[in-house]
Design a binder for this molecule. Structure first.
Ligand SMILES: Nc1ncnc2c1ncn2[C@@H]1O[C@H](COP(=O)(O)OP(=O)(O)OP(=O)(O)O)[C@@H](O)[C@H]1O
Ligand SMILES: Nc1ccn([C@H]2C[C@H](O)[C@@H](COP(=O)(O)O)O2)c(=O)n1
Length: 241
């Protein structure tokens, strides 16, 4: 049995955090936590049950939010009050509003508490005895610095603005021409600007390893992150099938 490992990955929008973290978790047999999905779920819940312009009302709502995070990297569901909201949280409306909710410091404090609880649970040695020594890959904007600064492996996944806009544009519009890229700027660059007021994800903190994926394809980026895991923990990763 290998001991549990915690891998923390931060980075700006479109750098590949979610897709790369999921693949890394699957390759290592670890759980996967998408903390951005938690802020998005908090936004959905606040839209439904609070006044978005009132920070106290939003914080009160989020403290009572009936959220269940799925941790399977192959199917990481998000359940709110018994409803599957995996699609809803990716809507344009939620994406446009999420930075406002994420800048509410009381919301951040509550979600940090929940995130630490999940990371602790997935990496406790008690659980490891039963699960063959799991662990977790947690990704977001403040995991390496605030939520899990003591994680075994800490990675800042970056990419140039151009690469991030192109990737998001291809994903959302199926094209990366000027018009499609321009339509993507708000959800990538404006959001980063707003998010950077409360979190620091552009520069690696001390001890955090930067992986720049600007000139790497998806598979090369996964391999680069796995190489950091091996380098830091000594854990060998089996080649993909
Ligand atoms: N190295 C890469 N090369 C090419 N495309 C990539 C690479 N990494 C990720 N992608 C693609 O870029 C898009 C954005 O990736 P992803 O959603 O994982 O980014 P993210 O950092 O989680 O973004 P956000 O924080 O906005 O949710 C996806 O379509 C993904 O498949
Ligand atoms: N640890 C985190 C994770 C996410 N956020 C905020 C910033 C984003 O705008 C929003 C959604 O994240 P995404 O799904 O795009 O990765 O949540 C944060 O502040 N801290």
């Amino acid at each position: 049995m290998t001991s549990p490992v915690v891998v923390a990955i931060d980075g700006p929008s479109g750098s590949g955090k979610s897709s790369v973290s999921k693949a890394v978790a699957a390759r290592l047999g670890l759980a996967y936590l998408d903390t951005g999905a938690m802020y998005r779920a908090a936004t959905v819940w606040s839209m439904e049950t609070a006044d978005l312009s009132d920070t106290v009302s939003v914080a009160t709502a989020v403290r009572a939010m009936p959220l269940v995070m799925g941790l399977d990297p192959a199917a990481p569901g998000v359940e709110l009050d018994g409803r599957d909201i995996a699609v809803t949280i990716r809507s344009t409306e939620v994406t446009a509003a999420v930075s406002k909710v994420a800048s509410n410091l009381e919301v951040r404090s509550e979600l940090k508490r929940l995130q630490r609880e999940i990371i602790e649970q997935e990496s406790s040695s008690v659980r490891a005895v039963h699960s063959g020594g799991r662990g977790i890959v947690a990704e977001g904007r403040d995991i390496t610095t605030v939520v899990a600064p003591d994680a075994d492996v800490r990675v800042l996944l970056t990419a140039s603005e151009e690469a991030r806009l192109r990737r998001r544009s291809l994903e959302v519009h199926g094209a990366a021409d000027t018009e499609a890229v321009d339509a993507t700027r708000d959800q990538v660059l404006r959001r980063d600007q707003d998010d950077a007021k409360v979190t620091q994800f552009h520069v690696a903190a001390d001890g955090v390893v930067t992986v720049d994926s600007s000139d790497l394809d998806f598979e090369q980026t996964i391999d680069a992150v796995l190489a950091v895991v091996t380098q830091v923990t000594g854990r060998e990763v089996a080649p993909s099938a």
